[in-house]
Design a protein around this ligand. Structure first.
Ligand code: ATP
Ligand code: MG
Length: 302
């Protein structure tokens, strides 16, 4: 199949999940159990496709690195046990580790809290030529901080600046920040792994039942589950407030891991393909240098 046709297929596959304008977005419109009509009997086929996607991604990443103009910022947000870690592991499995930087953001440190909220994330932005992955990100500032207002109190913001519009203000700041990044060639792509309440429970129970998964179990995750509706509302508002053409959200059905990984791989491949990456052209001087090097390598005294 020609590359253009493959790309058109990919676009058709991922476009239901791509949000480029928040205007009419509702989280309920995307079913966490959706598999784009692929039954579970096609799981193996999907896994093969993922392997092809991973290979394609590796080729694109090689060009991204060689060209050294663009950077890609892949943001992963989700409720616990939605599969962020596994997605990173599988989708990035073919990528040269030198071209990829992963940062996981946990609770902020005392040093972090002595700065504006973007500070710690800005320090970790990908260089040109790299794929940067944020496992959680500055979106936590309008998610967990919004759900647990006491966290906001710990952020040492001057009280007069904490207005009732603070969440809209933060969303606006994030939107502007992402526009700024895109204008600089650091391309943001944001993924929400949309798992259902029911599937999360199943995965937590698995963590309790299976000895090799026990280490992943956290009581805190179960407590956060009580705030499910507030989180869903915060996610919806965040997506509505920050989905744009140059910085889209992908709301990825995540009840089936084989499916969500395929969608994320496809979204990254498509984003990179649209950049029309190319290996740098060799100029006349460089070409002369290469000819001379070949001569010296193949000459009688070598
Ligand atoms: P895993 O459990 O797979 O190791 P994780 O991302 O869930 O990964 P944890 O250490 O379990 O890591 O949780 C990190 C916690 O830090 C989350 O509960 C998250 O909400 C919280 N967190 C992240 N960013 C912020 C922030 N800016 N302010 C407050 N809490 C935050
Ligand atoms: Mg956790």
């Amino acid at each position: 199949m020609k590359k253009q046709d493959r790309l058109a297929r990919i676009d058709k596959f991922i476009s239901p999940y791509r949000i480029t304008s928040g205007k009419n977005f509702a989280l309920d419109d995307i079913d966490p159990a959706d598999t784009h009509g692929l039954g579970s009997e096609r799981k193996d086929e999907a896994k093969d496709l993922l392997l092809k996607g991973v290979q394609w991604l590796a080729e694109l990443q090689d060009k991204l690195y060689a060209q050294d103009n663009y950077g890609l910022l892949l943001i992963l947000q989700a409720m616990d046990a939605a599969g962020k870690d596994g997605t990173i592991k599988h989708v990035m499995s073919g990528v040269n580790p030198q071209g990829c930087q992963v940062y996981s953001f946990k609770q902020p440190s005392a040093e972090d809290l002595d700065h504006d909220f973007m500070w710690r994330y800005m320090r970790c932005l990908p260089e040109r030529g790299r794929i940067g992955i944020f496992n959680r990100s500055y979106y936590e500032e309008v998610l967990v901080v919004r759900v647990h207002k006491e966290i906001l109190q710990r952020q040492k913001i001057p009280p007069s600046l904490i207005s009732k519009n603070i969440w809209d203000e933060r969303l606006k700041d994030i939107r502007f920040f992402e526009t700024y990044l895109a204008r600089n060639g650091i391309i943001p792509i944001k993924v929400f792994l949309h798992v259902s309440h029911k599937e999360q429970k199943k995965r937590f129970l698995e963590r309790l039942d299976l000895p090799e998964k026990n280490w992943k179990f956290s009581l805190n995750d179960v407590q956060e589950r009580q705030h499910w509706n507030s989180y869903m509302k915060a996610f919806e508002e965040a997506i509505r407030g920050t989905a744009t053409k140059h910085s889209p959200w992908y709301v990825v059905p995540a009840d089936n891991k084989w499916f969500s990984r395929l969608v994320v791989a496809a979204a990254v491949v498509e984003t990179l393909e649209r950049l029309e990456l190319n290996y740098p052209k060799v100029d006349a001087d460089k070409r002369k240098e290469l000819v001379a090097a070949r001569k010296s390598l193949t000459g009688a005294d070598s």
